[in-house]
Write a protein that binds this ligand. Structure first.
Ligand code: ADP
Length: 281
């Protein structure tokens, strides 16, 4: 075995043979920077547009409103919507020593790939290795400090970026998967579940978003799409089903206004449904 092919052990205690050790150096740097973080949750989905960023943002804000110290990291290169959802577009990034400071939203610490782009509508055209480097920097070179929880909005699918995030965070608490009720979304989430299983990455559970429509006038719920794909998936893969969120115009309004619905419409039935999901975590 050559010198750079010796057996390496990363902070998770997992070891592998045949690699140069670079991935372990990155994982170690991330591990050291996140020593003050008690819980790490990755929010994943099989495809875009199913409400992953909405869940990430509202989860982080909900925990923060409970008085917890929370960080929210958006590494969704192709749709970094968290600055918009928190009204933080155009925020300036500052440094302290060699580290970047997260942007504050009340008590919440926020970092997004969107803050690093010159314009929010600028497309990111980077190859996988560059994206890995940026993800590593956002985890290892941002001054996250002491946190009760770090919520990470991860790019959809099973490509390079979710792979980088999972490999850099072998000690994370687990992934929260978001699906819509339709089979097309559930099929993609089952790919994500297989991907996580191959990486031996824990799963915290599945959320079924856009599950029925709440009439803004009478509050009645109408099933627009079929229902139940999230729960069926959870049963099939033996992972927890965390709950359903309806299609609710207030969710969209909160996201567009830069004030998440758990804060803006805190007493609504949908905010209560979301809090029940957060309780399960
Ligand atoms: P993703 O991160 O999966 O691409 P987003 O969270 O950005 O998806 O959601 C896409 C759009 O759908 C946003 O405008 C968001 O406000 C809206 N949205 C998400 N979930 C709901 C819901 N349950 N009811 C109404 N609008 C929703």
């Amino acid at each position: 075995m050559s010198e750079n092919q010796e057996k390496h052990t990363c902070p998770s205690g997992k070891s592998c043979e045949g690699c140069s050790g670079k991935c372990h150096d990155d994982t170690r740097a991330v591990h050291e920077n996140l020593l003050g973080v008690k819980h790490i949750y990755l929010v994943l989905s099989g495809k875009g547009g199913v409400g992953k960023s909405t869940v990430s943002t509202n989860l982080a804000v909900s925990l923060s409103l409970q008085g917890k110290q929370v960080g929210l990291l958006d590494v969704d290169f192709h749709g970094p919507s968290i600055p918009k959802m928190l009204g933080l577009e155009g925020s300036q990034l500052y440094g302290e020593g060699e580290k970047l400071l997260p942007v504050p939203y009340d008590n919440l610490k926020v970092m997004s790939i969107g803050f690093t782009l010159p314009e929010m509508d600028r497309a990111v055209i980077w190859r996988g290795a560059m994206k890995h480097g940026i993800i590593k920097q956002l985890l290892a070179d941002v001054l996250w400090g002491d946190l009760d929880a770090l919520v990470i909005d991860t790019p959809p699918g099973t490509g390079d970026e979710p792979l980088s995030v999972c490999q850099l965070l072998p000690n994370a608490d687990g992934a929260i998967l978001v699906t819509t009720p339709q089979q097309v979304s559930a099929t993609d989430v089952s790919k994500s579940l297989n991907f996580l299983s191959q990486l031996h990455f824990p799963v915290k559970g599945i959320i079924e978003n856009m599950s029925g429509f709440v009439c803004p006038h009478c509050g009645e719920v109408t099933q627009i799409f079929s229902s139940g794909a999230g729960e069926e998936l959870a049963e099939k893969y033996g992972v927890p089903f965390l709950g359903r969120l309806p299609i609710d115009p207030q969710i969209c309004a909160g996201g567009d206004a830069g004030e998440p619905f758990v804060q803006r419409y805190a007493s609504s039935a949908t905010a209560k449904a979301f809090e029940a999901i957060v309780e399960k975590l």
